[in-house]
Design a protein around this ligand. Structure first.
Ligand code: GLP
Length: 259
């Protein structure tokens, strides 16, 4: 079972996850982070800013979950730009060591394989940060995605385009296609940390954590992974049937157990 941690606020979640990332980097300076975009991971990146002062982050490596296909990498809402703006620059990471799937049309036919190779050559992802979409997607693996899938091109469902329209001028400007790590790729990371905040995520969280394991709710793939931490606020936890048990587990967590 995943460990479910219910925290009072997104800032508390950010602090908890940032502490674990700092611990990893201090232990192994070339740690490989799996980076997510969207609003959800922002408190983690925010909390990391003060924590990395004095820490050698020059060798930290990173792989983003996904990218839009056909978007100019310099577009402010390309995930390359978002990761540069929110993670690489504020934390002082080496941009050459931080990868995003290549959404360029000219090379898209082999971009997925190239990305998989790069992750494998890095020795795999140590800690993968995940958000969850209202459709239950992780990365951009929309409902129906195979649990064995690797990095590949997907078509976004209309709801996801609507959800992401807030980053663009119009919903029509949200690209139709994306390239995303597959569920199989994500399950290959050593530790998955899924964050979710707000009532709008409550159904997706309950489905992912307590519902049947089904490709209809891609986030439920986390139930197949041996080391998962789900960090949610009260609103995102509001549809969890066993919330009291998760609180009881957290209150009685042995001191020697890490995140
Ligand atoms: C996008 C991203 C996902 C993210 C999801 C939720 O679709 N590809 O990785 O988890 O949005 O976004 P937010 O965190 O903004 O709610």
């Amino acid at each position: 079972m995943a460990e479910i941690v219910i925290v009072p606020s997104p800032a508390d979640a950010g602090a908890l996850v940032a502490d674990e990332i700092v611990r990893l980097i201090a232990e192994r300076p070339d740690t490989v982070l799996g980076l997510a975009t969207g609003s959800t991971p922002l408190p983690v990146y925010e909390a990391l800013r003060s924590r990395v002062e004095g820490l050698d982050v020059s060798r930290v490596r990173g792989f983003a979950l996904d990218e839009y296909v056909g978007i100019d990498p310099n577009h402010p809402e390309s995930y390359r730009s978002v990761i540069t703006r929110e993670v690489v620059e504020p934390l002082g990471l080496n941009p050459d060591l931080i990868h995003t799937p290549n959404g360029a049309l000219e090379t898209i036919s082999h971009a997925g394989e190239d990305y998989e190779r790069a992750i494998a050559e890095a020795g795999g992802i140590d800690l993968q940060i995940l958000g969850i979409g209202t459709s239950g997607h992780i990365g951009f693996n929309e409902p129906g995605s195979s649990f064995a899938s690797r990095t590949r091109v997907k078509t976004l469902i209309e709801q996801t385009r609507k959800d992401n329209a807030r980053f663009f001028d119009r919903v029509e400007d949200v690209p139709m296609h994306c390239i995303t790590q597959g569920l199989g790729t994500i399950l290959g990371a050593k530790h998955l940390v899924l964050l979710a905040f707000g009532e709008g995520k409550a159904a997706a969280v309950a489905g992912a954590v307590e519902g049947p394991v089904t490709s209809s709710l891609p986030g439920s793939a986390i139930q197949l992974h041996p080391h998962v931490t789900v960090v949610v606020d009260e609103a995102a936890a509001s549809q969890l049937a066993h919330a009291d048990y998760y609180r009881y587990v957290a209150a009685n967590k042995p001191a020697w157990q890490g995140l």
